[in-house]
Design a protein around this ligand. Structure first.
Ligand SMILES: [Fe+2]
Length: 127
């Protein structure tokens, strides 16, 4: 676990898979096809799929391609959340939640930069 991962885990403990799944199902139930919430959830699905592709990639070429694909969905999603959702959270009186989510996005960007420094042929890339 990198220093950034340790810092993030201390500041923002991650929910277990069951808790995350329940929250996603609750959000899906509250969304309607094509609305902003459904788009956010679709992005999250695409991000999880991109991570899964990265974990499954075996060759350096596959890993580089997976990293590039992850960056596209992750960066696009981060920008959307930072420009629209987090300001809306702040305006709705959820400034601490907004600050917390900004921190998560910033940490994710740092982790992506770290990933780019790991050669795709190294064991650290593997699952
Ligand atoms: Fe998100």
């Amino acid at each position: 676990m990198s220093l950034i991962d340790k810092a993030l885990a201390a500041v923002t403990p991650q929910p277990d898979d069951e808790t995350r799944k329940a929250a996603t199902e609750k959000a899906r139930a509250a969304s309607k096809a094509g609305d902003w919430l459904s788009l956010v959830l679709d992005h999250h699905d695409a991000i999880r799929a991109a991570f899964a592709s990265g974990r499954a990639a075996k060759t350096a070429v596959e890993r580089n391609a997976a990293c590039d694909a992850l960056a596209v969905v992750l960066d696009g999603h981060a920008l959307a959340e930072e420009l629209v959702l987090y300001p809306a959270l702040g305006q709705a009186g959820e400034k601490m939640h907004a600050a917390h989510t900004y921190l998560e996005q910033t940490t994710t960007k740092a982790q992506m930069a770290e990933l780019e420094n790991i050669a795709p042929s190294k064991p650290a890339w593997g699952p």
